[in-house]
Write a protein that binds this ligand. Sequence first.
Ligand code: ATP
Ligand code: MG
Length: 343
Amino acid sequence: MSDAPSKAFAQRIFSGIQPSGGLTLGNYLGALKRFAVAQDKGIETVYCIVDLHAITVWQDPANLRHATRELAAGFIASGIDPARSILFNQSQVPAHAELAWIFNCVARMGWLRRMTQFKDKAGKHAEEASVGLFAYPNLMAADIMAYHATHVPVGEDQKQHLELTRDIAIKFNHDYGVDFFPIVEPVIEGAATRVMSLRDGTKKMSKSDPSDQSRINLTDDADAIASKIRKARTDPEPLPETVEGLEGRSEARNLINIYAALADITPADVLSQYGGQGFGVFKPALADLAVSKLSPISTEMSRLMQDVGEIDRILGQGANRANAIAEPILQDTREIVGLIRSR
Ligand code: ATP
Ligand code: MG
């Protein structure tokens, strides 16, 4: 089966972030910073706070409300302009959940059983995990396809879910004999597509990691950022002169990639500056750079959080615009599937 779309779909960018905790440096470099840049490409950008994904693991309701608004503030403070992009929270647009149900009936059990995120998140307690955590990738496919999005900027960790999204679109189009859903292109670019935990170079940095020391939060103050970087796990060797020299040194590679992404230069550029130096020199330079890039964002986030009424208004307007795109696509999907809707 060919996976190339035979029909030309208008380009549209979609991506989402869960309000499952505070934003991390990983979310900023792997997602938010790139979402802001994508607004300049002349393509419509749709950005979603995926609250229905967040509740796949228990969220205290008051915390969820706060995290949703704070994430909206994080998007705006990172440069996402609610006038140029559509910014909203998922649960305000019912098409996501209904399309996800249809995709639950398209995706196969075997496909979902292969998803490594479920295995990582459920760990040894898979039997006690929510059904939603298992079905999560089908909702993610619905998020994207409710907008006929063609391009999805994400971090490396979401690559497998985007492959599944493509498989769902291909199977839907094939089973119903249509060319209705575009086959999405993952956009995984830059020096920091997978920012690693500061405590363990084999694990990705995550907002839901129980250890606060594992991550830099966008709301951390300068002292916290400097202290976390100073304590970040590294090895005793000086930095290499070339990128090849980072082979087998995942913690060193991680810090170099973070520096490169923050400074908008390549890892090779960073090493041409710091190669041969020890971490005693490099870590304070990285901390200064991180503080200079992140503190304006956290200041702006706290300013925006002083008026949650305004944040809710922005999300409401974004939801109306999102709904205007998603509802007709959902209605066409219902018709393709044979679901009657009396008028
Ligand atoms: P959780 O631990 O609750 O899953 P998370 O930190 O993984 O939170 P998500 O909301 O799942 O954040 O993902 C939001 C976006 O951030 C996605 O595009 C994801 O690929 C990206 N992302 C998450 N973690 C990293 C990371 N460590 N490095 C780069 N990108 C990341
Ligand atoms: Mg995640």
